[in-house]
Design a protein around this ligand. Sequence first.
Ligand code: FES
Length: 181
Amino acid sequence: MSLQAPKMVDAILKSHPGSQRDHLIPILQEVQEKLGYLSEDAVVRIGRHMSIPASKIYGVATFYNQFRFQPKGKFHIMLCRGTACHVKGSAKTLESLTKALRIEPGQTTRDGLFSIEVVACLGACALAPAITVNGEFFPRLSQMKLAKLLDDCRHKAGSVAPAAKEKPKTTTPRRGRGHRA
Ligand code: FES
């Protein structure tokens, strides 16, 4: 969390004077928009401001899958689970993605490279199944394309060395049949 984060949260809380409970969701939304996620510190500050225990705030926030509790990864993947994408196999895509990255939607990989968010529609149903990575659109995603896409991201981030060039084979002179020492 940056040094600015507590100030940002306090500024948002100031714009919601009083502690009406119906302000909770808008406050959570604003904080997430500014910070990219709901940090522990932010939840505690909101709780203090509204006189609600932090555990209750977590309870409310986890009910809505729009909220995340970890910062986004370097590559933020938005996977569509809308009807058109579902019909075209987005459940399988999500399964492959969570298996490959070992995280669930709303989480970020330990190395901070990837995060997953599930959305209701990316607005390009004719190109289902679709995902976006940092806002870039990837239509008609097959399992193979997905694996390549993740590899490309890793290469871009420099976390995996590109396939090493084949070393030239050392040639040992072959002894012909008729060769005599
Ligand atoms: S349902 Fe997936 S893009 Fe609309």
